[in-house]
Write a protein that binds this ligand. Structure first.
Ligand SMILES: *Cc1c(COP(=O)(O)O)cnc(C)c1O
Length: 458
């Protein structure tokens, strides 16, 4: 098909929208390792998980075999408010780079929360509502997940309690106030409202909090009230399942024009957007039907895939959550304070970790000053102000396109543009004023936190 027939934006009609999520694990020969109880080291049973998470979501979490999960009509109706998200042919960027490569990006920032996280937030809120719960609890760092969840909860009439890391609560008032617009209660963490919060405040008066501590407070709060469950915005299998909507729409849009990507690129924090984007393509690769180069892009200051270890570890610094087998830097690893580019999680989705371990995908680590450079290069021609997280994928896509320019290869590149950067302008300011640094952990830093991996690893 001739290339000028491809529109700038490819949309799907309502009846072309996916009606089921795709569970990549069904096509994996080596399944991701099960979650283990931190207390006993035994695999977590459904009953144990249901004390913390919603019942239906636990079923999705543990199901390694069912390939398709029908998307309930109520969730599809919500998706219609902001989906399909556009699949954009980056004609302007290609022109600017003078590359023979064809570049496409799937833009997930076209909703008020500003990122792909809403795709899973509405699903998790829906199952909580259907279980008859009063509400959900969660933690949020910079606030993207909390914002998405508060939007989903207000739509369904659920209560939403967000524990927001105190330094973000104080320094990033905008997302905090957006959450309040949608009726969420936002508590700076550590707080006096939980036992673990009070303990940490007594031990470290004046602490500005951490994600690990906020998780512990959110879990404790949900366990103290039978009308609540805890929900999480990344890392888990269920989140990747919901995010498969990104890849399914992308594939349907590309198929419509007979386009097959050679390279698929996504940024990797906990792995949910990348896992969602690649899902149907990786499925074909696993079934031997097609081949794709798949690249995860992570920050050099938090390099779980490229410098971490494949081992069981805690998902949180508070060590209250189950153990997950994944590429990890150790649960006590905290990226340098100068790191402004997001993707700060010490571990990675267990499914993507297994696929990476088995050689089905590649990973690269990039410096944050380079990602902001790429973000601006992109914004100036494509118009969208990208989130720093998304800009990791932009940088890798530009690098691949430049490689094509050298070799003359007409590769087709697809990357995930996960969100917008309006709430990240303090980071952009640091970049502009030249104070932004690239701080990369030393081997000793990583060895120190890896030395604290739990004993189940033997
Ligand atoms: C949360 C977030 C990410 C990273 O999370 P994943 O689970 O790795 O997808 C990436 N981009 C944006 C805009 C985010 O908000």
């Amino acid at each position: 098909m001739s290339e000028n027939k491809i529109p700038y934006k490819i949309y799907l009609s309502e009846d072309e929208l996916p009606k089921a999520w795709y569970n990549l694990r069904a096509d994996m020969k080596n399944k991701p390792a099960p979650l283990l109880s931190a207390a006993t080291g035994a695999p977590m049973s459904a009953a144990e998980l249901e004390a913390v998470f919603c019942k239906e979501l636990v079923a999705q979490e543990l199901d390694n075999d069912t390939p398709l999960f029908e998307i309930p009509r109520e969730i599809r109706d919500f998706y219609k408010m902001y989906r399909p998200s556009p699949l954009v042919r980056a004609y302007c960027l290609e022109e600017k780079l003078q590359t023979p490569a064809k570049i496409y990006y799937k833009f997930e920032g076209n909703n008020t929360s500003g990122s792909h996280k809403l795709n899973s937030a509405i699903a998790q809120a829906y199952y909580a509502k259907r279980q008859g719960l009063k509400g959900v609890t969660t933690e949020t760092g910079a606030g993207q997940w909390g914002t998405a969840l508060s939007m989903a909860c207000s739509y369904l009439g659920l209560d939403c309690k967000v524990f927001m890391v105190k330094c973000s609560y104080e320094q990033k008032p905008f997302r905090r106030e957006v959450m309040k617009v949608y009726g969420a209660s936002v508590t700076p963490s550590p707080s006096e409202t939980t036992e673990v919060g009070r303990r940490i405040l007594a031990q470290f008066p004046g602490t500005t909090g951490s994600l690990g501590c906020a998780i512990s407070e959110a879990v404790e709060t949900s366990m103290g009230d039978p009308g609540y469950r805890y929900v999480l915005g990344s890392v888990l299998n269920q989140v990747m399942l919901h995010q498969s909507i990104i890849g399914l729409e992308s594939k349907a849009a590309l198929d419509k024009y007979g386009v097959k990507p050679d390279i698929i690129i996504g940024c990797a924090g906990g792995g949910s957007n990348l896992g969602g984007l690649i899902a149907p393509f990786m499925g074909e690769k696993l079934r031997g039907e097609a081949d794709y180069r798949i690249i995860a892009v992570e920050p050099a200051s938090c390099p779980s895939f490229t410098r971490g270890k494949f081992a069981y570890d805690f998902c949180d610094t508070g060590m209250v959550c189950p153990l997950s087998k994944m590429y990890t830097l150790g649960s006590s690893f905290i990226p340098n304070a100068d790191h402004a580019g997001g993707l700060r999680f010490h571990g990675m989705s267990s499914t993507l970790s297994q696929l990476y371990h088995d050689g089905y995908m590649e990973a690269v680590a990039v410096n944050q000053t380079d990602i902001f450079q790429a973000a601006e290069e992109f914004a100036r021609v494509e118009g969208i102000l990208p989130a720093p997280e998304s800009s990791h994928a932009i940088l890798a896509a530009i690098n691949e396109a430049n490689r094509c320019k050298e070799t003359g290869e007409e590769k087709t590149i697809l990357f995930g543009l996960t969100g917008t950067g309006y709430f990240d302008l303090v980071a952009y300011e640091k970049f502009h004023s030249g104070v932004m640094k690239d701080v990369v952990p030393t081997d000793e830093d990583i060895a120190r936190s890896l030395a604290q991996l739990p004993e189940v690893n033997g």
